[in-house]
Each structure stands twice: as structure tokens, then as C-alpha cells.
Write a protein that binds this ligand. Structure first.
Ligand code: HEM
Length: 510
């Protein structure tokens, strides 16, 4: 049995630890004061020593996505929040977003440093979304776009998409039949999108149980990398040692699951007769012999795991969240449902809608645009960082600050939109309003971000949303389930922005 430490030694240890900690706090305070004097950061609420505004935000009584609107009223369209060791600069207006992403796009095209946990999952920032602005990011992004997200690749995957949509409608039909017409929208949409992205990533057909198992694992990964207190206060890290162990276990599980899929694809590439139904091409194929600028060798096994996971996760929650909001809007306003259905009947008839039809469907396009304006699946764009000391709106932005773009206030700016809080797809048809969703012709709504780091999945994301909405309306008439109270458009954060109350619909086959 270990002997208890002598009391005087214990006292010595505590006293020295206290002295060291006090010294560090004083150094940090002096550093922050000097830095604050030298730089003219955007205004923001006064903070406390060491923790800054962290506790004010954590105990504000409302989530950050709602608090931003209050802070904006008080401090203006750009403000600073000191969250422990991190400085957040929040941009909420179209003018400043334009300055950051378009006018000074190159300057603000990088990403900030990651937490140690995120670095485990991103292989030290070896992904399109986390890489700092430079040759490595360019190679990875170019490959993702030309390898999988270009218009021609999107066309090549039409048969896989069509059969995934057929399975989606059948799944909804079976769930409705088994439950007296009741269907959970988000769960089904998420499953369908996840299945499509899995098949695009590995080019293999997976049964339902395997898809569910992989999905559960990926959700555990996303939960593990969600922000925690020690991300802001690194000196608390020793208290999270147990979590660190869990992180490595989950990473191991992710590597084992995804490597099995990588090996399966490798075997098919060697001998296509093994799985004649396998897709002729997959995202993984483009990665196997990828030449990344500045690196001598192709990606390693764990880097392949990371890049494949990025592709699957990037598009799953974003797209499926949008479907849940879409169906809530369709249920809420029967005239929208009627117009969508009439257009389907007029343009397509009885045959199942496919992605070629979408180009002709003006009302569907207007609906999807209004959906992404009013319900962007993420309220904050991915965090940007300056490549060198920079200015934004006349303020200093140091390279180690996190630049956060808040998207809803841009898309609801009353100077740019008429009745911005109303959900009205007709604004884009009879209302004469317009918006270039890429932001290159002026920033009015940017659900996919804008500029150099704009979402590369923009075309695929909008195609999947349009197609799923069209197929859902073509196959069923949608209502709120009678057991549910009135529709509630309250939002909350769950990886993306989801409905606070899950949507339970009642469907009848047409
Ligand atoms: C409705 C669907 C989607 C929405 C709303 C969405 C939204 C976004 C947003 C806001 C960003 C941040 C842009 C910035 O940093 O300024 C982003 C980046 C990204 N998205 Fe998407 N996304 C969607 C679908 C997809 C899909 C389907 C994929 C891929 C399969 C994807 C992959 C990525 C990647 C890799 C990045 C990082 C780009 C970079 O840093 O260069 N997204 N997305």
C-alpha cells in the first residue's frame, strides 16, 4: 500500500502550485493588457480576468445562436467575445461578410488552430475543411471537387441517387403503414442522405444494419469533438484525462470501421467480379493515389479514414436538417404543398422525379432557396482565420482570432429583403427578389459561405434537398400528426440547427 505523503511536503506542494499559478495568471493578464492596448479589436462586453466572457456566455440563459442577436444590438455588426484563451470576432452584416470573404478573401481564407482532440480526428488538419490556407488545402479541395462534386460526377451518380430515392420513399411508406400514417422526418431523411454519401465515398452497397452501425459510430465521433470547457481554458485539461482516453478509443473504432470499407473497395478495384453491383467510381478511388502538393507520398491509411469521414459527415446533417425544416414549412402552409405538387404533375407526371427535372421546376427552386434563406442548416459558417494581421471594418483582426460569420442576420437584413421574417418562396418569382446563393454577385444570403472556402458541396446539397422534397411531395400528402401540438419553428443546436421539437408527420399516399 502506498504511504500517505508527509503533511509538510503536501503543504509545500500546494504553496508552490499556488505561486506558479498566480505567476502565470499575472503574466497572462499583463500580456492581454499589452495586447489589448496595441490592437484595436471590435467592441464587446467587458470580461473577467482569465476567463474573459466565457461564463457570461455560458450562463446567459440562452444559447449562443440567440445571444448573438442581443450582442449585435448592443455592440454593432462586428463584436469581440473573449472566451478564455480564444478570441472570437463575430461578423453579422452582409457588408462586413463581403469585406471578409470577397474583398479580402485571400486574407481571411485560413482556419484557426484546432484543439488536440480535433487534431486526432483531422490527422493534424489534413482535411479540406480544417486545413490552413495553402498548397495542402488546395490539393485536397481540388481533388474533392473534381473527384466527386463536379457537375459531371454528380451526373454519373444519377442511377445510385435514383435508387437511393426509391428506397427512401419505400422506407417512408413502410414506416407509415406500420404506424397508422406516422413518420419521423429527420430520422428517415438522415438515413437516406447518409446512405447516399456512404455509397459515393466507397462505391459499395451496404445493408441497412451496416449503415446504422456506421452512422452510430460517426455520431459518436461528432459528439466527441464538440467544444468543451478545456478548449477555452487549456489549464483545465488535466481534469479531462479520462475523456482523452475515450477519444482515443473512439478514434480506434472509427479507424477500424472505415479501414474495413477501404479494404473492401481495394479488393473490388483489383477484382471487379467480387461485387458486380459496386459503383464504377468512388471518392475513395480519387484519394488512393492522390498527390498532395508539398508531400512525397499518397495519403496514409488513417489519413484516408479522415478524408472519407469528412466527405460523409460534411453533407449528412446539413442536408437532412434542411429536409426537416422543409417539410415543416410544407405542412404549415398547404398552399406551398399544392403549388409544389401541381408543378410536379405539370412537369413530370407520374414518373418519379429525377434530378434532370429540377432544372425545369421554378417553384421548387424558389422553395429551396427560401428554405436555405430562412433556415440555413448552420448559423455560423466554419470558423475563418486571417493568414496575417489584418483589418476588418476598420478594426484589427489578429491571426490567432477566430472569425465567426453569423448567417441568419445576413439573410434577414431588412435593408435587403422585403418582409424578411416571412417564409415566402414567391418572393423569388412574383416578388421580383433575387439572390446569388454563392455570394459572388453580392452577399444577400450565404448558407454555404462565400469566397475561397465556400462549401464545395453546394451543388450536391441543393440537388439532394430538391430531389428529396420533390419525391416526398410526389408520393404523399403531408400533414402534422394529430397527436402533435401546433407546429413550433423554434430552433436548437445539434451539430447543425434542428427543430427544437422533432417533426412527426402524418402522411397519406397520393
Ligand atoms: C445543405 C447542405 C450543406 C450546407 C448548408 C453546407 C454549408 C457549409 C458551410 C456554411 C461551410 C463553411 C464555408 C466557409 O468556411 O465559409 C461549408 C464548408 C464545407 N462543406 Fe458544406 N454544406 C452542405 C453540404 C455539403 C456536402 C454535401 C459536402 C460534401 C459531401 C460538404 C462539404 C464541405 C466541406 C469539405 C467544407 C469545407 C470547405 C473548405 O474549407 O474549403 N458540404 N459547408
Amino acid at each position: 500500500m502506498a504511504a500517505a505523503p508527509a503533511p509538510d511536503l503536501d503543504l509545500w506542494f500546494t504553496a508552490s502550485a499556488f505561486l506558479v499559478l498566480s505567476f502565470l495568471v499575472l503574466v497572462m493578464l499583463a500580456y492581454n493588457r499589452r495586447r489589448g492596448r496595441a490592437l484595436r479589436l471590435p467592441p464587446g462586453p467587458p470580461g473577467w480576468p482569465l476567463v474573459g466572457n466565457l461564463f457570461q456566455v455560458a450562463f446567459a440563459g440562452k444559447p449562443m445562436i440567440h445571444l448573438v442577436r442581443d450582442l449585435r444590438l448592443r455592440y454593432g455588426p462586428i463584436f469581440t467575445l473573449r472566451m478564455g484563451a480564444r478570441t472570437l470576432i463575430v461578423v453579422t452584416s452582409p457588408e462586413l461578410a463581403h469585406e471578409a470573404l470577397i474583398e479580402k478573401g485571400q486574407l481571411f481564407a485560413s482556419r484557426p488552430a484546432e484543439t488536440t482532440i480535433r487534431c486526432v480526428f483531422s490527422c493534424n488538419k489534413f482535411t479540406v475543411n480544417s486545413a490552413v490556407y495553402g498548397p495542402e488545402w488546395r490539393s485536397l479541395r481540388r481533388n474533392m471537387v473534381s473527384g466527386m462534386l463536379s457537375a459531371s460526377r454528380l451526373r454519373e451518380f444519377r442511377p445510385a441517387r435514383t435508387s437511393a430515392m426509391d428506397r427512401f420513399v419505400e422506407r417512408l411508406r413502410a414506416e407509415a403503414e406500420a404506424n397508422g400514417g406516422a413518420v419521423w422526418v429527420l430520422r428517415n431523411a438522415r438515413f437516406a442522405v447518409f446512405a447516399i454519401l456512404l455509397s459515393m465515398t466507397f462505391g459499395v452497397q451496404l445493408d441497412e444494419d451496416s449503415i446504422v452501425r456506421i452512422d452510430e459510430m460517426m455520431k459518436r465521433v461528432l459528439l466527441t469533438i464538440s467544444p468543451r470547457m478545456d478548449d477555452y481554458l487549456p489549464f483545465l485539461r488535466p481534469l479531462y484525462a479520462k475523456h482523452q482516453k475515450k477519444v482515443l478509443e473512439i478514434r480506434k473504432e472509427q479507424v477500424e470501421t472505415v479501414v474495413a470499407l477501404i479494404n473492401r473497395r481495394r479488393a473490388i478495384l483489383k477484382d471487379p467480379t467480387l461485387e458486380p453491383n459496386a459503383a464504377p467510381f468512388s471518392y475513395l478511388d480519387s484519394l488512393l493515389d492522390l498527390k498532395v502538393e508539398g508531400r512525397d507520398s499518397a495519403p496514409t491509411e488513417t489519413q484516408l479514414v479522415t478524408l472519407c469521414s469528412e466527405f460523409i459527415n460534411g453533407g449528412t446533417d446539413t442536408t437532412s436538417t434542411a429536409i426537416e425544416w422543409a417539410m415543416a414549412r410544407i405542412i404549415d402552409d398547404p398552399s406551398i404543398q399544392a403549388k409544389l405538387y401541381e408543378e410536379i404533375v405539370a412537369e413530370v407526371g407520374d414518373r418519379p422525379v429525377d434530378d434532370r427535372d429540377i432544372e425545369k421546376m421554378r417553384y421548387l427552386q424558389a422553395f429551396v432557396k427560401e428554405l436555405l434563406r430562412k433556415h440555413p442548416p448552420t448559423y455560423f459558417s466554419l470558423t475563418h482565420a486571417a493568414v496575417e494581421p489584418a483589418k476588418l471594418g476598420g478594426y484589427d483582426i489578429p491571426p490567432d482570432a477566430n472569425l465567426e460569420l453569423f448567417l441568419p442576420t445576413i439573410a434577414e437584413d431588412p435593408r435587403l429583403w422585403s418582409s424578411p421574417l416571412e417564409f415566402n418562396p414567391d418572393r423569388f418569382i412574383t416578388g421580383g427578389e433575387s439572390a446569388d446563393i454563392t455570394g459572388s454577385a453580392g452577399i444577400r444570403m450565404i448558407p454555404f459561405g462565400a469566397g475561397r472556402r465556400i462549401c464545395p458541396g453546394l451543388a450536391m446539397g441543393t440537388t439532394h434537398i430538391s430531389l428529396m422534397v420533390a419525391r416526398m411531395v410526389q408520393a404523399f400528402e403531408w400533414q402534422l400528426h394529430p397527436s402533435e401540438p401546433k407546429l413550433d419553428f423554434m430552433d436548437k443546436v445539434e451539430f447543425t440547427i434542428v427543430m427544437n421539437r422533432r417533426l412527426l408527420a402524418f402522411v397519406e399516399p397520393r
